[in-house]
Design a protein around this ligand. Structure first.
Ligand code: NAD
Ligand code: PPY
Length: 357
């Protein structure tokens, strides 16, 4: 994507910065602050171009707006992307530290209109580092007063969505069902553990051989990376990267349902239409993976107890069932149905604040 095209966007603000010394390129995008300050994690990855990094930040920020709204959380949507000069694992500690410090300076200049948290390739220790420069950080380590990793809670929410989806699809429970987890990382491994305990047979694919060795020990079946979209299963759970299902993948996917943790699973709207035509029930990711937001915003903004965070996260199953109901009555894709639900919440919150003035 050219930078020119990437900057044509309906969100509220794009902030970019380049650091000549490390070669890192920084993006923060605020999609919407209608419901509260924009929040969303910091993703660090290599991108083919600056335009791709800016585009990704915009799509991820948009998903955060929908996630907060559909979850009734008082925050808007934003996201940060750091386009790295080399793979994260190859960066020297002082290089990574400089990159985090510059990112924290950028966040601080937004004066609380944007709050960050962990995402792909950033963790609670990185949030602690950011917090040395700026207060607008969720997910610091518990020793530093933060809520720590949100991965387990994200996994719990996806698992609740999976159970509700299997039930809605008329397949009963997860017992005896086959669940294919793509990406056995922090969230994917939690989902696999919960689904296995519920009696599901687990198939897994990952690029990391250590994670696959762990999967073998647990009795999971390993699937080759190229086989993922061709392997029959009841539930396909994308838990690695976004954009996994384009139209062609959706047209051939041998699954009954798609329920995963990855942000922006659908590469395009047409993929959602094809899944609906093929009677494959797709659980919109910005609904299923909101457990991370419940954990971070619940603990750090709303002062929720662990029990309340869990109760609200388990409620994701009901929200998903509501989305399927809207999809049927409005004869539209589940993705469009979830956007309707999110939009209703944004509009009614805006109406309440207008009336209060
Ligand atoms: P992670 O980095 O811990 O795990 C990702 C896993 O995917 C790793 O094991 C990695 O080796 C594997 N992987 C990478 N490329 C792959 C490929 N092409 N095929 C198969 N496996 C591949 O990340 P995570 O925290 O588990 O997050 C997973 C996804 O869920 C991300 O898309 C993230 O944005 C999303 N998500 C996470 C949270 C959270 O609380 N952590 C919240 C919401 C959404
Ligand atoms: C996500 O859920 O995709 C995130 O980016 C994590 C997050 C959630 C809420 C606030 C900050 C980060």
């Amino acid at each position: 994507m050219s930078l020119d095209d990437a900057l044509r966007w309906d969100g509220e603000l794009t902030v970019t910065r380049h650091d000549r010394e490390t070669g890192a390129f920084f993006v923060i995008r605020l999609d919407s602050t209608r419901l509260g300050p924009a929040a969303g994690g910091t993703r660090a990855a290599q991108y083919a171009s600056f335009g791709d990094a800016v585009t990704d930040a915009g799509k991820l920020a948009g998903a955060m707006t929908l996630k907060m709204a559909v979850s009734n959380l008082p925050m808007g949507g934003g996201k940060s992307v750091i386009a790295l000069p080399a793979p994260r694992k190859d960066l020297a500690p002082e290089t990574w530290n400089r990159i985090l410090t510059i990112h924290a300076e950028n966040i601080d200049k937004l004066k609380g209109n944007y709050w960050t948290g962990p995402d792909v390739n950033t963790n609670s220790a990185d949030m602690d580092t950011l917090n040395e420069t700026t207060p607008y950080v969720f997910g610091r380590s518990p020793e530093r007063g933060g809520a720590g990793s949100s991965a387990d809670n994200t996994a719990l929410g996806v698992f609740e969505a999976m159970k509700a989806t299997v039930h809605y699809r008329g397949l009963g429970s997860l017992a005896g069902r086959t669940v294919l987890v793509q990406g056995l990382g922090a969230v994917g491994s939690g989902i696999a553990t919960l689904a296995a305990a519920a009696g599901a047979r687990i198939l897994v694919a990952d690029t990391d051989s250590e994670r696959l060795a762990w999967a073998l020990q647990l009795g999971y079946t390993i699937i080759g990376l190229d086989e993922v979209l061709r392997t029959p299963c009841d539930v396909f759970a994308p838990c690695a990267m976004g954009g996994v299902l384009d139209s062609s993948a959706a047209a051939n996917l041998p699954a009954s349902a798609v329920v995963g943790a990855a942000n922006n699973i659908l590469a395009d709207d047409q993929a959602g239409v094809i899944l609906r035509e093929r009677d494959i029930l797709y659980a919109p990711d910005f609904v299923t993976n909101a457990g991370g937001a419940f954990h971070l915003v619940g603990h750090e903004v709303l002062g929720w107890s662990t029990d309340t965070v869990e109760e609200r996260t388990r409620g994701i199953g009901d929200t998903i069932a509501e989305v399927y109901g809207i999809s049927e009555s409005a004869e539209t894709t589940t993705d469009a149905a979830a956007r309707i639900l999110a939009r209703q919440r944004i509009d009614s919150a805006s109406l309440v604040s207008t009336l209060a003035k």
